[in-house]
Each structure stands twice: as C-alpha cells, then as structure tokens.
Design a protein around this ligand. Structure first.
Ligand code: KIV
Ligand code: ZN
Length: 508
C-alpha cells in the first residue's frame, strides 16, 4: 500500500518507514555499479529485510538504469518501487514508463532548494524554482498517486523559503516530502529544528510524510536522521553499510538498531534486523566496497572483544560490554579474540570450547607459553591453539628443547647447536648438515645416540603471510614401526626440530 500521511496518523504514528536507496544513491559510487541480476538479488534481500520503499534507480540516466527499474518492478512485490527524476517532463515520462510493472510505483522528483543551488546550479530565482517544483509534482501525478518530492540541499536552504516550497508541492499532490541534507552540512540540532520548523509552519504538512535523507560528510548522517525522526519525520532514507556519494548516506542498520535498542524513543520499523549481517556482506561483495572493521553493527569487530579486561567482563556477563545481542543482527555470538593482551579467562574459554578440560596449574603453564606465542602472531586462531596444546604434550612426555641456534647461508656450512632437557638434565650437541634442518636433526641424533631414520617431512604455512606459523609433520621409523610427530613455530627450523622430537618422544 502506498504510504499516505493519513494512514500513519490513523494507524500508527510511531512507525518509521524505511526507504532504501542502496541501488540508487549507493550505486552512484564509482566502482560500485551492479548488473541487473545483482540488483535483483539485492532487492529481494531488501524485501526480505522488510524495507518499505526501494529506490530502484534514475531511469533517464542510462538505458541500463531504465532496465533495472523495469526488472526490479517485476521481481519485487511488497515494497514500493521508486524511480528518481529531475523536475522536468522528460525525466518523469521515462520514470513512469520504467515503473509500469511496479505493483506499488512511486516517482521521486525534485529540485534544488538552497540559494546556492538556485543561483549557481540553476542560474534561476526562488519564484521560478517554486513554479518548476509544483509543475513537476502535478505532471508526475498524472502517472502515479504516490509522489515524493525532494528539496535538494534543504540542509543549507532558508527555512522560510523551504516551508513555502514544501507547502506548495503538498498542495500540488506530493504524498512524501524529502528534506535532504545533500551535503552533510547540518548539525543534529539544526537539522532537527529544520524538521520541527516545517512541522509547525507548513499548513498542510499533515497531508504528507516528512522524509529525512542525510549524507555523512561530517560523520553526522545517523545523528541527523535520528534528530529528524525525533522532530516528526516518519520516513528515513538510507543505504546498507552507509554507502553512497562521497562519505556516504545514513546506514540503514545503524538507525534501525538505535530504534531497537532505545525503547524510550517509542519508535519502530518493519525491519528484521537478523538479516543485517548477511545483507551487509552481500552488498559489500557485489559492490566491491569492503566494510571497515570498526563499522557500527556490521563491522568485523563490532561484536569482537580483544582486551583482557573486556574479555573477562563479557565472559562474566555479556551485557558488561555489549549493548546489543549479536544474534539480533544475525551474528551467532560475539567473538573473544585471542591476542597477547588476552587474559587467562579468555584462553580458558577457547580451550574449553575446543574440548580441553584443564586444571588451574596447567592453565598457568599454557598461558605462559600462549603469551610467548601470541607475541609472535597478531591473533591466535583455533589451529594455533591446537598446536600450542600439542607442544605442551611434548613437554610432559620427555625430551624438551631448551634452545636451538643455527647458522647458514651462502658463506657458511650449515651448523646447529641444540640443547635438550631430559627429566631435568641438560644435554647439548652441535652438528653440521646440508641445511639448517638437517644440521639440527643430526645434533639431536647425537644427543639421543641413535640415528633414527626420517621417512616423511612436510612444512605447511597455517594461514599465509610472512609472520605465519609453520606446521611441520614428520614420520620416523624405529625398530620396524612408524611414529608421527609434529611441531610448530614461526621459525621453520625450530618447528622441524620440535616435530622430530615429538616423534622420538613417542617411543623413547
Ligand atoms: O542527496 C540528495 O539530495 C539526493 C536527492 C536526489 C534526493 O540524493
Ligand atoms: Zn543523496
């Protein structure tokens, strides 16, 4: 059903209508252009998300945009499909044609409202612009009932003139009046006051819905949108991930989560926030626009805790450091990231999750080694933890490597000096070889007094990157039997020597 002011007044004055412009204002970003097929996929996800209006494109701008509006009109049935135009007959004719299959069509027409736009963009006067605005609305009304009018650069427009313009276009048939802060200029209190001014000074304002469309040039798009709805606007214009011209538009997920989190606002939308994580990833991938890690709601770190104090707090009681439930935005659970700043509580949490039952004494020992390990890596993954536990196993079983020093390169014969500990006693040996790994293993063989045959040897990087951990697998033969060993380290020679010791420890 097209939105009408009286519907809102009669049914639910606290309902916020969500107008998504990811496929129009968002798609204007260089490099973000989508094919019609991709647009349809996003539009279907927006429908599932529960948006009320999808701005499908600017049909006169290109044949591709025209076709996308046609295809989206056919593909989507519940939301209103909106097409953008300038305030001229040709744009409106083309938009109406593109919308011919839409079940709920809307034409979004408009013109500049600030003196800067009137003078320097249109080389015109306030009176002439007013007339063109009214004519455009009347003309569009011949095609569809639902007409949204935008007063471009309303953020910098004179409020008295803006009020005249809005009153005139409502009288001409506009059902929604959009007050864009096109350049992201306003402060929240200024923008809120502008909406209030229109509510209080436009005589027929109850015949239309006020819409807010804010850009993020000063990082205020979400704050301004909120100020707008707190002062009487009932439609928000936004994009997924906040993409859009320059610094972007208001992020849909941010405003909707504000409404969901702050019940005292007493405002609500039809959005099912559980789809946020998925649709954010889809838009980011298709538009080749990575989401910054610290982006509110959908950034990779939005529900990740990395400092020891926060991790401890969140593990004791999630709400100590989380104001939203990650499940509400489609994330299974918050993440406790293991880094060198993590505490025992976080380490224990992950080891328990991986199935380890550890008593306090072991945890202290593992934690010491974890810190040494974490200092070498940016973050510790499950694989790393499994390897860390494997090293602990070596330590309990027998031969333990206290130190290893190697020298190699084009100018020297590879040489290794290894110090092992066996049941508290230290043993040291040095050897040469055809490479540092071979030299290390020969030094170990000297200590244990046996030439244990190495049958298999593989080195694998765990994640990629030059700071990576190498995982070494070895198979040795002893008295007709095979024994597997593995070792890990950011140093491949050390990882190899550890793997050899691990295998040897299995039969010594
Ligand atoms: O930012 C803006 O003013 C716009 C209008 C075309 C609605 O995107
Ligand atoms: Zn815009």
């Amino acid at each position: 059903m097209p939105l009408k002011a009286h519907n809102i007044m009669l049914h639910d004055p606290n309902r916020i209508y969500v107008f998504d412009t990811t496929l129009r204002d968002g798609e204007q970003v260089p490099g973000c252009q989508l094919t019609s097929v991709e647009k349809i996929e996003i539009a279907r996800s927006l429908e599932l998300l529960g948006v009320d209006v999808i701005e499908a494109g600017f049909p006169v701008s290109s044949p591709g945009d025209f076709q996308s509006v046609v295809e989206l009109s056919k593909a989507v049935s519940n939301p209103i499909i909106c097409a953008l135009t300038r305030a001229n007959k040709n744009d409106i004719d083309v938009a109406a044609q593109a919308l011919k299959y839409a079940r709920h069509p809307r034409i979004h027409t408009g013109i500049g409202a600030s003196d800067t736009h009137i003078k320097y963009k249109f080389n015109s006067t306030r009176e002439d612009i007013l007339e063109r605005a009214v004519d455009a609305v009347k003309y569009a009304k011949k095609y569809v009932e639902d007409i949204e009018f935008y007063a471009e650069d309303a953020g910098r427009a004179d409020n008295e003139f803006l009020a005249r313009m809005i009153e005139a276009v409502i009288a001409a048939g506009a059902t929604v009046v959009n007050i864009p802060d096109t350049n992201g200029y306003c402060l929240p209190d200024q923008y809120g006051a502008k909406i209030r001014f229109l509510k209080e000074n436009v005589k027929n304002i109850d015949k239309a819905i006020i819409s807010v469309h804010c850009h993020n040039d000063l990082g205020l798009a979400t704050a301004n949108t909120l100020a707008g709805i707190q002062n009487g606007a009932r439609q928000i214009e936004c994009t997924i991930n906040g993409i859009g011209e320059r610094a972007g538009n208001t992020a849909l997920e941010e405003v909707c989560m504000i409404l969901k989190t702050h019940h005292s606002l007493n405002l609500h939308s039809n959005i099912n926030s559980k789809h946020f994580s998925e649709i954010s990833g889809m838009v980011s991938r298709m538009m080749r626009m990575p989401v910054q890690s610290n982006k509110a709601i959908v950034g990779r770190n939005a529900f990740a805790h990395s400092s020891g104090i926060h991790q401890d707090g969140v593990l004791k009681h999630r709400e100590n450091y989380e104001i939203m439930n990650p499940e509400d935005v489609g994330i299974e659970q918050s993440e406790i990231i293991l880094t060198a700043r993590s505490g025992r509580h976080a380490l224990k949490h992950h080891l328990t999750r991986l199935g380890y039952e550890i008593d306090r004494i072991n945890l202290d020992d593992i934690y010491e080694r974890f810190l040494v390990f974490a200092d070498q890596k940016l973050s510790i993954q499950d694989d790393d933890l499994l390897l860390l536990m494997g090293e602990g196993h070596n330590f309990k079983n027998g031969l333990f490597m206290e130190s290893i020093d190697v020298s190699c390169g084009d100018l020297e014969i590879p040489h290794a000096k290894v110090k092992l500990n066996y049941k508290g006693a230290e043993h040291e040996a040095a050897a040469t070889g055809n490479g540092p790994v071979n030299a290390s293993i020969r030094a170990i063989q000297k200590i244990i007094g046996q030439d244990i045959e190495l049958k298999e040897f593989s080195i694998q990087a765990m994640h990629g990157g030059s700071d990576d951990i190498s995982k070494v697998n070895m198979r040795v033969n002893h008295e007709g039997k095979s024994y597997m060993g593995y070792g890990f380290s950011t140093d491949i020679v050390k990882a190899s020597a550890s793997a050899y010791l691990d295998a040897v420890n299995k039969f010594l």
